[in-house]
Design a protein around this ligand. Structure first.
Ligand SMILES: Cc1cc2nc3c(=O)[nH]c(=O)nc-3n(C[C@H](O)[C@H](O)[C@H](O)COP(=O)(O)OP(=O)(O)OC[C@H]3O[C@@H](n4cnc5c(N)ncnc54)[C@H](O)[C@@H]3O)c2cc1C
Length: 500
């Protein structure tokens, strides 16, 4: 049995942010995640570091939190934030009255704006629809949620925090009505570990109600599914938003070599039973096309969906629910932290750890707003020039990932999962979506003695099934042709037909 002060359940941005904050305040902790980091809404989001503009008219409190956190994150997380700037574009038919309210609200909340003529907007983003009537520039940025989680986790590890990924919390241990620990099951070996702690934090986002129920507690949540599509190249270097009340398909975010467009908003009951519907892909592509006309003819490489953990509202449109967050003290040794945004994860973590410090009778102040994220220097340790030099060892041609890089990750984290390599190197994230590099990465793990032949098949099967879930809704044109080739490799050459 392991003993610590705080157990955090959930390795999304909120959980990882809490681990970093606890580490910097010297509190012993363990973080337990059922999958890899950013496996929930964090890794399935738009990757927009909001300026607050999206919410400024409907939810000024959340908008103010966003602009303040935007400024903090761009200073502490330079290697995971790209300072792109953003445009809110007004197309023919979009309300002028909303535009006036938008500008007034931005001024009240403190979001800097600049009104641009169509010519000036087209200079900045030539792919924009030339019929636009104007654009308003705001300080939106693009953020890499995987890197963000991993960088937060580095501080936790450096300060002695424990991290268990691929361990699902299956029980909350109670004694005399109080939560005193958790039991977590290794998702590969099925072994169960017990961790005892003074406080348990439920930071499981959309799974919050399920995990709270393990301790007999209730959390009031509304779940809202949002789906997005990924293009195979960058159509804009700035974030593009539609200047209208929040609605379907009104944001396009550049991220590394691609663009992410979305989203939809559909109420769901179970975060484990969601998939992208083809009509959602149609909606997103049609709306994105209104802002960037060549969006429709651009190759899509996949679609994905995530579930927003929103605070409960009675009926109505989930877009109208506040993007603010809430900390619930269950008065039994467990807290739940709900709602919020990726953009406000640091603030959420600060408020959560402040509450724990009060419980522990300590007053060490929060340092996360000033201290740059640890580990950022290592992110630039494999620059493009070195990748090109290692070209003979490249195993993922789309993202230029070499054998050395894969071996380094496998040695460092000792994983059996292809997804873990993907999140840390971008292996398989390009146009072929891992069609060619997946079996090569698996071969490397096998050569290194990480997986047996039998385990290889299980790992490959699970990975391919997940991969296909994302590819299926975006299969047409060039992507369909490529997928037929990939299918013949796996079904024909590798004889996986009976396993899938
Ligand atoms: C489609 C979509 C787009 C979005 N776009 C943006 C955006 O552009 N910008 C922005 O700021 N915000 C955005 N958001 C909101 C943002 O993604 C979330 O508010 C934020 O990521 C929530 O983080 P979290 O850590 O609280 O939850 P999650 O990221 O969902 O993390 C919860 C974690 O708990 C784990 N877990 C669940 N059950 C267990 C268990 N029993 N044991 C162990 N672990 C468990 C899950 O695997 C998961 O990793 C978007 C959300 C969605 C759905």
């Amino acid at each position: 049995m392991i003993r610590t002060d705080v157990v955090i359940i959930g390795g999304g941005a909120t959980g990882c942010g809490i681990a970093r904050d606890l580490a910097l305040r010297g509190i012993a902790h363990y973080l337990v995640e059922k999958d890899d980091f950013a496996a929930g809404a964090t890794g399935a989001c738009h990757g927009l570091l909001h300026s607050g503009g999206r919410y400024v008219v409907t939810d000024p409190v959340a908008a103010k939190e966003c602009i303040e956190e935007n400024m903090i994150l761009r200073s502490i997380g330079k290697k995971c934030v790209e300072v792109t700037g953003g445009l809110f574009v007004r197309l023919p038919g979009d309300s002028k009255r909303f535009r006036d309210r938008f500008l007034r609200s931005c001024e009240e909340v403190g979001i800097p704006t600049e009104v641009l003529s169509p010519t000036r907007a087209l200079d900045l983003v030539p792919a924009l629809n030339p019929v636009l009537e104007e654009a308003i520039k705001v300080p939106d940025c693009s953020i890499d949620p995987f890197r963000l989680c991993m960088l937060n986790a580095i501080t936790s590890r450096q300060k002695g925090g424990g991290i268990l990924t691929h361990h699902k919390v299956i029980e909350i241990v109670k004694e005399r009505g109080r939560c005193v620990g958790i039991k977590a099951q290794d998702q590969f070996t099925r072994q169960v570990k017990e961790i005892r702690a003074r406080v348990i934090i439920n930071a499981t986002g959309a799974w919050g109600a399920k995990v709270a129920a393990l301790s007999g507690s209730d959390v009031p949540m509304t779940l809202s599914k949002g789906s997005l599509v990924i293009t195979n190249h960058r159509l804009t270097n700035m974030v593009i938003n539609r200047l209208r009340p929040p609605s379907d398909g009104d944001i396009i975010v550049p991220n590394e070599a691609v663009c992410l467009a979305g989203t939809t908003s559909i109420a769901v009951d179970d975060p484990d039973a969601v998939e992208v519907l083809s009509r959602e892909v149609d909606i997103v592509v049609s709306e994105a096309e209104r802002m960037i006309p060549n969006f429709r003819t651009t190759r899509m490489i996949r679609a994905y969906t995530g579930v927003r953990p929103l605070l409960k509202a009675d009926g109505g449109d989930s877009r109208a629910i506040s993007r603010g967050f809430k900390i619930i003290d269950h008065d039994n040794g467990m807290y739940s932290i709900l709602g919020g945004k990726l953009t406000t994860y640091r603030l959420m973590a600060e408020k959560m750890v402040d509450a724990i410090m009060r419980d522990f009778g300590l007053d060490t102040p929060c340092q996360t707003a000033e201290k740059p994220l640890d580990g950022q220097d290592e992110l630039s340790g494999y620059p493009l020039s070195k990748r090109l030099k290692d070209i003979s060892g490249i195993i993922c041609e789309c993202e230029l990932v070499s054998r050395d890089e894969v071996e380094r990750v496998v040695n460092r984290i000792g994983t059996k999962y292809i997804g873990d390599i993907q999140h840390r190197t971008r292996l398989g994230m390009g146009p072929c979506q891992g069609g060619f590099c997946t079996y090569r990465a698996l071969g490397i793990m096998h050569d290194m003695g990480r997986v047996t032949s039998e385990e290889s098949m299980r790992v490959l099967r699970e990975f391919l099934q997940r991969r296909f879930k994302g590819i299926r809704p975006a299969l047409w044109g060039d992507q369909l042709r490529e997928e037929q080739l990939v299918e013949s490799i796996y079904l024909g050459i590798l004889s996986m037909g009976n396993d899938l």
